[in-house]
Design a protein around this ligand. Sequence first.
Ligand SMILES: Cc1cc2nc3c(=O)[nH]c(=O)nc-3n(C[C@H](O)[C@H](O)[C@H](O)COP(=O)(O)OP(=O)(O)OC[C@H]3O[C@@H](n4cnc5c(N)ncnc54)[C@H](O)[C@@H]3O)c2cc1C
Length: 359
Amino acid sequence: MATEEWGAGNRKVVVIGGGIAGALLAKSLQFQAEVFLIDPKEYFEIPWASLRAMVEPSFAERSVINHRDYLTNGHIITSPAISIRETEVLTAEGRLIPYNYLVIATGHTYSVPRSRTERLHQYEADNEKIRSANSILIVGGGPTGVELAGEIAVDFPDKKVTLVHRGPRLLEFIGFKAANKTLKWLTSKKVEVILEQSVNLNSVTDGDKTYQMSGGEIIKADCHFMCIGKPLGSSWLKETVLKDSLDAHGRLMVDEHLRVKGRKNVFAIGDITDISEIKQGYLAQNHAEVAAKNLKLLMSGGKESKMATYKPGKAMAIVSLGRKTAVAQFPYTTIIGCIPGKIKSGDLFVEKTRKQMGL
Ligand SMILES: Cc1cc2nc3c(=O)[nH]c(=O)nc-3n(C[C@H](O)[C@H](O)[C@H](O)COP(=O)(O)OP(=O)(O)OC[C@H]3O[C@@H](n4cnc5c(N)ncnc54)[C@H](O)[C@@H]3O)c2cc1C
């Protein structure tokens, strides 16, 4: 592509992926560029509020937000992107969307409904499933499984919760101190945690109430929730012009300005990038801010040498354990209790995130 096609004056920005990173970027550019947001669903959702919404469905009223509510001046295309060419993106519904600049923010793939209303109904159905069960099996001991176990143990202390995790410890994305403290806390809330076992997925149906473990043991539970890691949203990129920009894990390789390596007008942000840091939403939001700055600079004819640089974040994370407690890994310490709980577990950063989105 010739330089002048992506310099000042050409302001069509296509953002693929309406998660925490893509949504913020689209919102930030909407009055400086013609923004097209491509996402399979009509809404943006605060991911870390989703487990609370399962025990308290009305919580989702504020954490599931129609794209149109914050993107008042952009185009919203509700369809997955399936291919990228040098100057346009192809969607599953067959539309070709031309771009001057492209931002890939497809993080992880989740199978969720298309409309906000359907998503809210899904939370009501999950809540009914929890309420009507006496015993619940949670499969997966990463942040999703641990946070769900915490929410159920605190809100429904009479229910028997079993958490099965394939790995040797919980929360493998952060340090073992956080994992040990979390294990103790869950056990104190009578959650049975079984490590180094997986559940035979072929044996899993809610109706049967029995689940076979890899070690041969049978677990009885009235229902189950799958909380295992979701695949990266990049498999579709393998057949596109960006195929050589993927690393061995399927992440998009970016430079310090968050441009896809070897590309002048393509950026990548959020969990899909190969930046060496733990994958966290607040870091994805920082990526969006840096990429937005750089796009504004390039669109106004600024010099590439003036582009902002992204510095990888420190390994910090807070995992919520019900409504008042959390475990936090900070750079020099790991703590559990009401102090990190005060930071995250009350409203799960919903108000803060809504403010960032101008709501
Ligand atoms: C239980 C849990 C708790 C967490 N708690 C925190 C926390 O407290 N703080 C924190 O900072 N982070 C937290 N995280 C991590 C955080 O949620 C992620 O890092 C963040 O969501 C990444 O944002 P993203 O926009 O890169 O990707 P995602 O949020 O995965 O969004 C990707 C978007 O791309 C879309 N998409 C995928 N494929 C396509 C395609 N082909 N075409 C178009 N669109 C596509 C998807 O529909 C989705 O909208 C938590 C995660 C979990 C699971």
